[in-house]
Design a protein around this ligand. Structure first.
Ligand code: HEC
Ligand code: HEC
Ligand code: HEC
Ligand code: HEC
Ligand code: HEC
Ligand code: HEC
Length: 393
């Protein structure tokens, strides 16, 4: 990798002046840079950040493999890569990138391809490779071969200009929580903000939309209807840093893509539908318990103080909007096009992976829906979850 000495000095000084904070990415302590880097000093000593560094390298073979040293660790809460699909984090388990499912119906062969199950980050030490089917982000030009954890997340958590390691911003708390000591509020989940170059590997894409406003539930990494991030605004705009053609705030559906973004408000009918719909044929739900983690929405707030993490409430009148993560996950899922549910079947109970599918193993079926037994919870005749808003069943 390119080691920039000036940048390293500037950041190290800021870092050494920072108070001990909490949480790995909030910095503090000698261990911080050394969590991801080997630092070599002029004395030739390794693993020391007290002397001026002469060379900085990554601990892993590539950026994503470096992150996964901690984020694929067995039993770790913050893991986003398991060996059985059991990580039910909001972003999703990169496990599904290694699973292709095949089946036959009426003599026709179908498949749900591994590469279509998520953002194919390149992490050679973990067997994760670039997407083989597309060379750039659909609707944009971010190269698939450069996709890594740090394409989306800023490893140095410098939120203001997001200039990367050389930025003069101090270390940060990640989001929401009160800033500690010299730190300032950071971006939701360390996501790259406006001006972020989407990793240092020359992706050629500079983010033009800032990080989304959202607050995650700090008490649990497992997404359920009562423990989940509450999304405020800007997620679709942020995705559009790499997928500009998919951003469609117009409610008329112009452009052939589903409306998503700040302008794609839920009108009174859709709000009523979301809050009353519990499953196909049942409209006895109420606002205070309507939230379904499989079909999230943005509440339409641009300040985290208005967001209650893990609220079980459905959308209120006027402000809420549909967004990319209403239908997709950010990392990976068991389904084609990173669907939160199987977007390609009439009945949810016919979703793939299914028992008997080629490639399906272990608890793939139940893990694909985050541990939910969909047939028991919604019935065998539950149709597409689009119905939570549109009620066409
Ligand atoms: C040395 C271990 C370690 C490494 C390496 C590491 N992380 Fe983390 N990460 C953690 C831990 C532990 C947490 C849980 C929260 C905390 O302690 O900050 C975490 C939390 C996170 C979060 C959630 C932050 C929040 O507060 O919501 C993100 C996003 C993240 N890491 C991304 C990355 C990325 C991207 C990389 C690689 C560039 C990376 N991490 C490398 C240990 C690590
Ligand atoms: C969570 C992991 C992580 C932590 C912690 C971290 N870095 Fe980095 N660093 C990275 C990644 C990933 C890259 C990009 C490498 C690439 O794209 O090839 C990088 C790149 C760099 C570079 C190269 C110049 C640049 O901006 O790309 C320098 C210098 C650097 N880091 C210094 C530091 C210093 C000093 C610290 C401690 C204050 C630190 N890093 C903490 C992950 C981390
Ligand atoms: C395409 C962009 C993108 C890539 C690539 C990406 N992330 Fe994320 N990540 C996100 C977004 C967006 C969220 C917030 C998801 C949500 O709240 O629904 C997130 C959330 C997280 C979290 C919080 C837990 C969770 O799953 O919600 C961690 C930890 C994390 N990412 C680590 C990583 C690591 C490690 C990698 C590489 C192996 C990675 N991410 C690659 C966009 C990305
Ligand atoms: C840093 C650039 C980047 C960002 C930000 C990004 N994507 Fe992507 N996305 C890509 C690339 C590159 C591909 C094609 C390669 C792949 O699928 O791994 C892709 C593919 C996809 C696909 C098709 C998956 C497949 O393999 O068929 C979907 C769906 C998607 N992205 C949704 C999103 C959503 C939703 C967000 C916001 C949470 C987002 N993307 C943010 C770069 C990005
Ligand atoms: C969170 C609520 C929500 C969910 C879930 C949802 N939509 Fe929509 N949908 C909207 C909103 C908001 C609009 C904007 C127009 C309006 O107000 O009716 C819209 C508009 C549409 C339109 C009309 C757009 C046009 O071209 O004129 C279609 C068709 C549609 N949605 C299909 C779907 C399908 C298919 C799914 C599931 C894959 C789905 N929707 C899931 C909220 C939702
Ligand atoms: C209402 C549900 C819904 C919303 C909202 C939504 N999508 Fe999709 N998306 C789908 C479905 C269904 C497909 C697969 C069928 C298709 O290609 O139209 C898909 C496909 C995709 C693909 C793959 C297309 C390809 O050519 O390979 C990408 C990339 C994507 N969506 C990105 C996004 C982004 C970015 C947003 C937000 C700006 C978004 N989507 C909002 C339902 C949705």
């Amino acid at each position: 990798m390119r080691a920039s000495l000036v940048a390293a000095h500037a950041l190290l000084i800021i870092f050494l002046l920072s108070p001990i904070a909490h949480g790995f990415h909030e910095g503090g302590g000698e261990e911080y840079c050394l969590g991801c880097h080997n630092i070599y000093t002029s004395e030739g000593s390794q693993e020391s950040s007290s002397a001026l560094p002469t060379m900085i390298t990554l601990k892993g073979s590539d950026p994503s493999s470096t992150c996964l040293r901690c984020h694929a660790a067995k039993g770790a809460n913050q893991s986003v890569l398991s060996n059985d699909g059991s990580k039910f984090t909001p972003g999703g388990d990169f496990y599904w990138l290694q699973k292709t499912f095949t089946w036959t119906e009426g003599g026709v062969h179908y498949q749900s391809e591994a590469d279509s199950h998520g953002h194919n980050v390149v992490a050679l030490e973990y067997g994760l490779h670039a997407d083989q089917r597309q060379s750039t982000a659909p609707g944009g030009r971010y190269p698939a071969s450069s996709l890594a954890c740090n394409s989306c997340h800023n490893p140095h958590a410098t939120s203001v200009a997001n200039g990367g390691a050389g930025s003069t911003t101090s270390l940060l708390t990640t989001y929401g929580a009160d800033p500690v000591g010299d730190t300032t509020n950071g971006n939701y989940r360390l996501l790259g903000g406006e001006g972020y170059k989407g990793s240092h590997q020359g992706s050629g894409v500079t983010f033009t939309h800032g990080a989304p406003i959202a607050v995650a539930d700090s008490s649990s990494w497992i997404e359920t209807d009562s423990s989940h991030p509450t999304y405020g605004s800007g997620m679709s705009e942020w995705c559009a840093n790499c997928h500009p053609a998919f951003l469609n705030s117009s409610t008329s559906g112009a452009g052939g893509k589903h409306p998503a973004g700040k302008g794609a408000k839920l009108n009174a009918d859709l709000v009523k539908n979301y809050n009353s719909y519990t499953r196909s044929g049942d409209f006895k739900g109420t606002l205070s318990t309507a939230y379904l983690a499989l079909v999230p929405f943005e509440v339409g707030a641009s300040d985290v103080v208005f967001l209650t993490p893990s609220s079980t409430s459905g959308p209120g009148l006027g402000n809420a909007n549909v967004m990319c993560l209403t239908c997709h996950r950010a990392h990976a899922s068991a389904f084609n096009n990173i669907g939160r549910w199987d977007l390609e079947t009439s009945f949810i109970s016919d979703s793939h992976p299914q028992f008997g599918d080629g490639g399906a193993s272990g608890n793939d079926l139940i893990n694909s829906y985050y541990g939910r037994d969909m047939a028991a919870e919604f019935g065998e005749t539950q149709r597409q979850l689009c119905n939570k808003c549109h009620v066409k069943d």
